[in-house]
Design a protein around this ligand. Sequence first.
Ligand code: HSE
Length: 439
Amino acid sequence: MHQVNLGMIGGGTVGSGVFHHLQQNGDLMAARLGVKLAFRKIAVKAFEEPRPYPITRSLMTTDWQEVVNDPQIHVVIELVGGTGIAKTMVLAALAQGKTVVTANKALISACGPELFAAAKKSGANLYFEASVCGGIPIIKSLREGFVANQFSAIYGIVNGTCNYILTRMKLEGADFGAVLADAQKHGYAETPPDLDIDGHDAQHKTGILASLAHGFWVDHHQIHTEGIRSVSKIDMQFAQQLGYTIKLLGIVKQSKVQSPKSKAGVQVSVYPALIPSAHVLASVNGVFNACFVRGDVVGDTLFYGRGAGKDATASAVLSDVADAALDLKNGGKARVQPFVAHAKAGRVVALDEIISQYYVRFDVVDKPGVLAKIAAIFGAAKIGISSVIQPEGHEGESVPLILMIHDAPNAAMRKALAKIAKLPVVKGKPVMFRVESLQ
Ligand code: HSE
């Protein structure tokens, strides 16, 4: 039987998972693929670092170059992460003509075109299924399963840490800070948590999905990104009262054209949004990820699963290893290109061009005429209010006033909120979240 030799850089949580599951299911994979997969070398930070599954000592090295330079290794699996040394490793492997499998979302998102060009130059293949939504085969689905579709919308719950925190805030009525501290204590959130909490990880993943779905590479700087620090217990509760759940979403949506003069484009954003609690995405709880994909041919589809961890991510890495092995067996040329730029004129629309519905909460002085003043500013900006709540029983100098706003352009909304914030009857900064009806 044909044999493909593997080298891996990174022997931590995911790396040990890949090693373990290949040990467990390697024969099954060989039977399915007609190719035997065998590890030759695994570069680790330290031989004795704590890892969830053991790695055979004789395979380990602390020198990553031994993996990249081993002429008998056909496939290099990069699990180091980040855009520093990992980039050097991937480029070095590609330059040698070796197949690369990576789970590195930050690297693919920031340097995708450079890596694809390097792979093309040396005739090497590059695979990155594990970079988005861990064990969910969303990249393969977009590229292959849905190849006949145009994508009008993709909504992703792509960061397990944020989803875990928001779920607990909803179910326990807890504060963001308390849940974050507890999540860090129990290993559900990193310390520091910024990459997840501030939306950067979701931004990398959303950018990759958008690029593959729309055929032009989305520069991650163009992705409007908000994290979940602004989500408070009170807004979670009002959202629930109104029939909504707050989720951090990666959004890739064909934009609504505002006027005959405005150009079509794609909205690519990451922000906490209110979604209808009755929608299936609202029931995606805890660390789970989900991806809702709307194709013009297939209709609505939903993918659900674990987006991180030693096992789910290993499943995606091994799926890439399997594709890599089959491509090598069949002559070396990848059956599916990592990225095809089929829409060279594609563009990401600016945030101000985005039209959406909104939830807004003001702290206002509780006296007659306040609502009229706020409504007058929205009215003058041609922004329609769809509902209002001012809960009874709030005491103190100010009371919350919650408005649901009809479809409005972001620019108009931003300007109206700035004017309202200056009203003497409005205390503090208005809170605003977008509402995604998912229709
Ligand atoms: N930190 C990520 C998450 C997993 O919380 O989903 C790796 O991308």
